[in-house]
Design a protein around this ligand. Structure first.
Ligand SMILES: C[S@@+](CC[C@H](N)C(=O)[O-])C[C@H]1O[C@@H](n2cnc3c(N)ncnc32)[C@H](O)[C@@H]1O
Length: 346
């Protein structure tokens, strides 16, 4: 048996055991997993490779960097901010303090949206003329016109939702709106990471006053050879003027004043503007639901992530606003997390 290997392996286990104890003492429950994730990042390898391979902890500076990260983590700075990355859906996104860390709950929203968009249309043509009742599925309209569909992601943050949709559908074009220029800088990083800049436009705007500016300004369309940006659907002016979309999706801030008093320490490191949904947590839903209908194409879909206990009220508002096919979706714990509805064709 190779003695140096054995020694290195035991050093690593000692380091993990020490780190785990420190994190547990700081009240962090997933201590072992977090230590492993830090080492995976520092050593650039998979979880199993951490244990199977030989690592030069001192010569490579790994031990020192591990200790430095642990010191910050015990102050409850979220691990994703320390590692500058978060796994979301099928992507690994760049994240830092400028944006909210995408959450597993939001993957439910993405899953529902992708499933709805991809639904195969029922056989036969849409009923026309008399008895025209059925709202066409988004997928049914993809064959029409320019063969693209457009969506608006309100409060895009790191770009997590929009990027998942853009990667799932090559004919999707996204408008990614956020009030925070800093969050949009992160979203732009992620668009570049997945080479999606051509199919997305970032808009810095406030849904409460309807303002919106393309961010960063894309400049004129490049001419001739080497051009890499396609005209956006609806034309440049259409996007700048925030036109209509086939899908409006949002995971808006939804913590109420009460919720805010009881949040985990980690949340205090995230931008408050990404979490604060006003007194009852519902400010954004009121605004989005009332404003979205005029911004949706006929048959278009609105899809919202909601906080625990908010689906009832959000569904009622959708109903009052005249949306069709209101549906709710639960997470694995049975908590309703997503509400979707359609704008009828009538
Ligand atoms: C809960 S975060 C969602 C981030 C991302 N979509 C996700 O799911 O991880 C809400 C986002 O809404 C943005 N936001 C807050 N107020 C806004 C406003 N008035 N208009 C537009 N965006 C706003 C925040 O900056 C933040 O990025």
């Amino acid at each position: 048996m190779n003695c140096s290997k054995k020694l290195k392996g035991s050093e690593l286990l000692e380091l993990i055991a020490w780190g785990r104890a420190e994190l547990l003492r700081a009240g962090i429950e997933e201590a072992q997993e977090e230590c492993e994730r830090i080492l995976m990042k520092l050593c650039g390898c998979s979880r199993s490779r951490i244990y199977l391979e030989e690592h030069e902890l001192d010569a490579s500076g790994t031990r020192e960097r591990f200790l430095a990260l642990l010191e910050k983590r015990v102050q409850r700075i979220p691990l994703a901010y320390l590692l500058k990355e978060a796994d979301f859906w099928q992507e690994t996104l760049y994240v830092d303090e400028r944006c909210l860390i995408p959450r597993p709950e939001t993957e439910i929203l993405v899953e529902v949206v992708i499933r709805e968009i991809g639904k195969a249309p029922p056989p036969g043509p849409l009923p026309g003329g008399e008895g025209k009742k059925r709202t066409p599925l988004l997928g049914e309209r993809l064959g029409e016109g320019e063969n693209v569909f457009s969506f608006l992601d309100i409060g895009t943050g790191s770009g997590a939702i929009a990027i998942a949709i853009l990667r799932a559908f090559k004919n999707a074009y996204g408008t990614m709106l956020d009030i925070s220029g800093e969050a949009l800088e992160v979203a732009f990083e992620n668009l570049k990471r997945y080479k999606l800049e051509e199919r997305a436009v970032l808009v810095q705007g406030n849904i409460f006053n309807g303002s919106g500016e393309v961010f960063p300004h894309p400049g004129p369309l490049p001419e001739g050879e080497g051009k890499n940006r396609k005209p956006l659907p609806g034309g440049e002016g259409g996007v700048r003027g925030l036109d209509k979309w086939d899908l409006i999706v949002s995971n808006p801030p939804y913590l109420s004043e009460e919720d805010w008093k009881e949040v985990q320490e980690e949340l205090r490191f995230e931008p408050k503007g990404a979490l604060d949904g006003g007194k009852d947590g519902l400010d954004f839903y009121r605004k989005i639901i009332s404003g979205a209908k005029d911004r949706l194409t006929c048959g278009g879909m609105i899809a919202l992530e909601v906080g625990q206990g908010q689906t009832e009220q959000v569904s009622k508002w959708l109903q009052t606003a005249g949306y069709d096919n209101i549906q709710r979706f639960k997470d694995l714990l049975g908590i309703e997390r997503v509400v979707i509805a359609r704008k009828g064709t009538g």
